[in-house]
Design a binder for this molecule. Sequence first.
Ligand code: NAI
Length: 325
Amino acid sequence: MTPLRIAVTGAAGQIGYSLLFRLAAGGLGDRPIELRLLEITPALKALEGVVMELQDGAFPLLAGVETGDDPRALFDGVDLALLVGARPRGADMTRGDLLEANGAIFRAQGEALGAVAADDVRVLATGNPANTNAYIAAAHAPDIPRDRFAALTRLDHNRAVAQLAAKTGAAVSDISRVAIWGNHSATQYPDLTHALVGDRPALEVVGDAAWVERDFIPTVANRGTAVIEARGSSSAASAASATVDAARDWLGRTAEGDWTSMAVVSDGSYGVPEGLVSSFPVTTRDGDWAIVPGLEIDDFSRARIDASAAELAAEAEQVRALGLV
Ligand code: NAI
């Protein structure tokens, strides 16, 4: 079996430190993998240490590791690109500064992917602002179909599943059809209106209408901040785990009768303006995805979806104004 060639950016970072070992241990299945690890020049030394540890894991599926600071060299022929590396928001940075700094990174990486990646490449942005980073990368790789770019909202999805499981006492595996809509930000809309616990509607099992708006939505949307407050640094292992989940499902398939959440290029579904990279409930199959059609959207959901889409539209506008697309 030829190895799956996987690029990981920001490989010496916190998420990278979990992600690489999950990938090497077979997180995407039993196909051998080859890792192409991209970092900025000052982090290459640290990356060397991570590579030593990967070697020390003696992973049977790990067919090779390359490292470097040049995306054009490292992305050559890759089948999957996990874009994790990003510029963190400094204390004195506005959101505009953040978009600008990351825009430059994701433009260069989009161009490199367009130039040298495999024809079947799939690109998943985890680095924040993830949706807009995916939007920028896609804009600079015109030869790669836009549906090959996605941004990670699987961590939000997993958080929502876990909160619902905790509230209802159900097993995580009994929960299905949870959805995250919109931006991977505080405006995201974690939606339980179609969710099931076993074969019963989740909202009926919860039996507490106020809980959704008062507890569930803010807990999921602000979970990243809660982890930082408790741990002293941001969620990395759970983000790595969600990145593996998302990539595995994208290249594989969602369970029969269920869906996942992934930020993908909108086709205008559910009133989300075409072209924005927004989270939707999606089913996946062998590298393709489809937005789940025909869900009924109540007024509460409508307002939340629209608010998050408006934030994405504003980010896209800002990126255009900065000349990043
Ligand atoms: P980190 O700061 O520990 O690591 C980031 C790494 O990226 C650093 O090693 C840095 O040198 C590298 N990097 C920066 N610019 C790069 C470039 N141009 N090319 C290659 N590498 C580059 O951060 P951490 O905790 O690993 O998080 C990474 C990103 O993931 C952050 O943007 C964070 O906000 C985001 N994140 C996203 C989540 C999601 O659900 N979508 C959840 C948690 C984090």
